[in-house]
Design a protein around this ligand. Structure first.
Ligand code: ADP
Ligand code: MG
Length: 296
């Protein structure tokens, strides 16, 4: 049965300087799914994420966790935050401990867990994010990408039900961006719901089970990746481009290089398979487009 682990219902929010960041945003995050929240700069992605673990409180509207409205007393917020972990976009906003291991142990120690359990979680989180070698390093000496992984490890060590990451691949090189996305898949397979904010349409298209599109403080579209990225008007209205896979697939279909009626490919391997299948009958020679893809 479908079950929403997190919900925002008609959330409005205005910052203290008078900027209205959310104008009636509604989202229902289904338990166990991989969700991408897309939107150009200033759309309200970060602001809605800060509502999901109670850092911000709606001016109007409601946030629900496990079907119950979030309460804003200290105890309820502590409980919410152990279940809904956020990794901020800017690691310097998150890091405050002297060393990597202290940073990651901080959350679990605060949960009152035994020393053994804290150690187990810290080791597991460092292993998952491949930072075991940085264990004793002062956090201020880390590179940007390393800091991002330490932040992620700190949240993973809390073993949250929902992992929320704000622009997790921004500023990472392609190798580490790919590794982080694989890690999210692994965490999701272990049962966690994963919610990402991104303006990377390619990443959202290939990775997500479900996509929300935000613009000007509201949700202007949502659906399965194929639905959202097949909707040109929605993308244009939200200042988003089309994923290269969708673009190339449609060009090839239009030229008659692919048979009609094929579903949109979700991965480049799927597109290659389509091309492989038609090779030798419809496609003469090698299709040059295959060598022009921007991503590795
Ligand atoms: N701390 C803040 N104070 C005032 N305005 C803010 C603050 N944070 C964000 N905003 C404004 O709120 C709007 C939504 O921003 P944000 O949620 O950060 O969008 P996104 O994450 O999609 O880029 C923008 O107009 C932004 O300038
Ligand atoms: Mg943001």
């Amino acid at each position: 049965m479908k079950e929403n682990i997190l919900e925002a219902r008609d959330v409005h929010f205005t910052y203290s300087d008078g900027t209205t960041a959310l104008r009636g945003a509604t989202m229902a995050i289904e338990r166990g799914k991989k969700i991408a929240v897309l939107g150009s700069n200033g759309a309200g992605k970060t602001t809605i994420f800060l509502h999901f673990n109670g850092i911000l409180r709606p001016g109007r509207g409601q946030v629900l966790f496990n079907g119950r409205p979030v309460r804003y007393d200290h105890r309820s917020l502590m409980e919410l935050r152990r279940n809904v972990g956020i990794v901020f976009q800017d690691p310097d906003m998150q890091l405050f401990s002297a060393s990597v291991v202290q940073e990651i142990a901080f959350g679990p120690l605060n949960l009152g867990l035994s020393r053994e359990e804290v150690l187990r979680r810290v080791e597991a989180a460092m292993e998952a994010t491949e930072i075991t070698g940085l264990k004793d390093k002062p956090t201020h000496l880390l590179s940007y990408g390393q800091k991002k992984r330490v932040c992620l490890a700190g949240v993973l060590a809390m073993e949250p039900q929902v992992l929320i990451c704000d622009e997790p691949t921004a500023g990472l090189d392609p190798l580490h961006a790919g590794q982080v996305m694989e890690l999210f898949d692994r965490i999701n397979r272990q049962g966690a719901t994963v919610v990402l904010a991104t303006h990377d349409v390619d990443l959202a298209y290939s990775w997500a089970d479900y996509v929300y599109v935000m613009s000007c403080g509201t949700v202007v579209g949502e659906g399965l990746p194929g639905e959202v990225f097949g909707n040109e008007q929605l993308l244009r209205q939200s200042d988003l481009s089309r994923p290269w896979l969708v673009e190339v697939f449609e060009q090839l279909s239009r030229k008659g290089w692919l048979p009609e009626g094929l579903p949109l490919p979700r991965t480049k391997e799927q597109l290659f398979n389509y091309l492989q299948e038609v090779k030798g009958n419809k496609v003469p020679g090698k299709p040059a487009a295959v060598y022009l893809f921007p991503r590795g």
